[in-house]
Design a protein around this ligand. Structure first.
Ligand code: GDP
Length: 165
């Protein structure tokens, strides 16, 4: 069966793998093997509210050793644009808009893919106002979540399901 694919993209340290793991805790997920992928734990089948999708943490795609960061991020973003039906673009509320975020945002806007801009590390309500600084990325309203605390992750999953093809 051809399941819709959701990819998590973003620069290092924004919390991609934390969110990936958090999604897996929220439902019975079976990590499944995908040929050609070195670390299959970066792919998982997820189910939420009766909808199934394939989740990919692009941060887990293994770089060639010595590869430049720019190149790595570029390749992960291209991979997501090519493979995903929906892209979760993660940014870090503690840091705000970073230059790399802007580069990724530009590419994602050009792609015309459905994007959810996810403002991670919004660990408490106190952070929810800060997420508006990400409006300038031009990808719509940022959605606050906290991958480590688990805050608002269910709401994000509801949005994911609503945006799947
Ligand atoms: P990745 O490089 O994008 O996959 O990021 P990681 O998932 O490895 O997280 C990078 C760092 O940010 C780790 O120290 C995490 O514990 C931390 N982190 C991730 N999500 C959150 C969050 O929601 N709140 C806070 N306070 N820290 C987080």
């Amino acid at each position: 069966m051809n399941l819709p694919t959701v990819a998590i993209v973003g620069r290092p340290n924004v919390g991609k793998s934390s969110l990936f793991n958090r999604f897996l805790h929220r439902q019975l997920a079976v990590v499944h093997e995908t040929p050609g992928v070195t670390r299959d734990r970066n792919y998982a089948m997820c189910e939420w509210a009766g909808r199934e999708f394939r989740l990919i943490d692009t941060g887990g795609l293994v770089p060639e050793s010595g590869e430049l960061m720019d190149r790595l991020i570029y390749e992960q973003t291209e991979f997501a644009v090519r493979e995903a039906d929906l892209v979760l673009f993660l940014v870090d509320t503690h840091v705000g808009v970073d230059q790399i975020d802007e580069q990724i945002a530009r590419r994602l806007r050009e792609s015309g893919k459905p994007i959810i801009l996810v403002a991670n590390k919004a660990d408490s309500e106190q952070h929810d106002l800060e997420v508006f600084s990400f409006l300038r990325l031009g990808l719509g309203d940022p959605v606050p979540v906290s991958a480590t605390v688990g805050r608002l992750v269910g709401d994000l999953l509801d949005m994911v399901i609503a945006r799947l093809p």
